[in-house]
Design a protein around this ligand. Sequence first.
Ligand SMILES: C[S@@+](CC[C@H](N)C(=O)[O-])C[C@H]1O[C@@H](n2cnc3c(N)ncnc32)[C@H](O)[C@@H]1O
Length: 373
Amino acid sequence: MNGRPQFLFVTCQVGAEGAVKGEMARGLPAARLAYARPGFLTFKLPERHLLPVAFDLHLVFARAVGFSLGRATGADQAALARAVWNLAQGRIFQRLHVWERDRAAPGERGFEPSITPLAVETARLVRQHCPEPQMLAPRADDLSAPARRGDTVLDCILVEPDEWWVGFHEAHSVESRWPGGMMSLELPPDAVSRAWLKMEEALRWSRLPIPAGARCAELGASPGGASQALLGRGLVVLGVDPAEIHPSVLAHPNFIHLRKRVTQIRRREMRKVRWLMADMNVAPSYTLEAVESIVTHPMVSVRGMLLTLKLFEWKLADEVPQYLARVQGWGYNVVRARQLQHNRQEICLAALQRPFVRKRPVRPRPRHRPPEE
Ligand SMILES: C[S@@+](CC[C@H](N)C(=O)[O-])C[C@H]1O[C@@H](n2cnc3c(N)ncnc32)[C@H](O)[C@@H]1O
């Protein structure tokens, strides 16, 4: 034993449990599934595991991961809150994260994963039952603010009304700083589609260094919610889609509609594009084929990408490592993927060339003819 807990917890989208198990089997084969509910899993680690406190398993389908301290049970809310602190065993935390496990797949009966009023209320209750003031930093229970990098976070997952699970993690990545890996984002009233949420979350999660004024293209841009998020950051957006774009997006001076399929784009139309986004309702192989033909063209220099890959069948989750390797093969050295909070049965793949080396278009050299006799 190294003094660290013997179990991990993972929360994920309902339906993604099999994908998480597959990733764990590939990445941490010595871990064994211990407990599973829709949207919530725990894994037993080998006795002498070497996982550091600040571990990151880079699980695409896990929304949140941490060491598990066990299940809190109790006859009422106060007893449950006391049980949380019993499981915490005198540890000191800078933050408290409380969230409900998902009860439905995103979109099912309008369900959107988020921090619920119940989670906010429970965080307050857990704080009230903290036995020693020094065990929890002031305002640690504010779920609307992210943890700071390096904070130790007490995790409390409301799996059932009378069954909470307790764990902890050290915050480092963007997602690990938010309760349950869920950012507080609200769809603006003028957003023309919920794709605004997906794009905004993707930009914040990936932290792609896209400067204001840069030119980007979105493949599958209709009706235009994601483009609104990009325009809102001062970008010039080329929206590629045979379908109609919402008039409010079309009217934006920095938006250009290429009303065509991705296969009909001329490469010179992409010459000044440095950032490529894709959100087409097609199979991942089609999206990757289309993107490959653009970014590997000698006249096109794309520095980074955010690609939504639709997993029409969950078995496509096993192919994700191949998708990442394929994108790396095009010259992108930073490639990651995550099933975002606002993704449905799909993932977001982020890719970046660091450093960025612009391709120099090769001009045909004038033919050298031997002087005529
Ligand atoms: C999920 S919607 C995109 C939502 C959009 N990103 C937004 O922000 O509102 C998928 C879009 O992909 C487009 N699409 C499908 N196949 C395409 C192709 N081959 N080329 C371009 N667009 C395509 C569809 O017309 C559809 O508008």
